[in-house]
Design a protein around this ligand. Sequence first.
Ligand code: PRP
Length: 185
Amino acid sequence: MTNYPPDQDLGEVLVTAEQIQVRVAELGRQITDDLAGKTPLLVGVLKGSVIFVADLMRSIEGPVEVDFMAVSSYGDATASSGVVKIVKDLDAPIAGRDVILVEDIIDSGLTMKYLVDHLLSQGPASLRTCSLLIREGRKDPQVQLDYVGFELPPAFVIGYGLDVGQRYRNLPYIGTFTGDAQAGG
Ligand code: PRP
């Protein structure tokens, strides 16, 4: 398809595919160093983090495992409802594990805060947090972030896992969405 996304849907590219690749490799090196001698367990939050998790885990040297959780907060709307519900929990216990919670984006921080509390209550050896994107100028960070890819202005963004109405997760870059979110695909 030559015109994808259609012109009306894509504003500007905020982070190119190459910039993402370089930053993810840096994060992978940092995690490799910080957790040398351990076997970190990456916990990805579906669905937005899948692309990031897949690239991040391949940029970590040495043993690494992955698990996923699914939560429902935004649904198909564009603003956070603040309500977090666990739709899919972890497959295996994390007691004694070195866990890294991986998100694609931190907006209000409510999802990450809820998940950090949920995971800490299960007795991991350590818990770190990682997000590819955070909103610029968040005044009241809900949780401490250990690994961050990029800070973004408060625009509605798509690509590299981020969607509108489930579309555009497959774009290799991150760009602003300028279309009609209610129009559907
Ligand atoms: C996004 C993102 C986080 C959450 C962040 O998920 O992946 O889970 O919103 O928002 P917050 O910081 O305001 O809590 P979304 O609900 O869009 O689902 P998806 O990952 O399946 O696209």
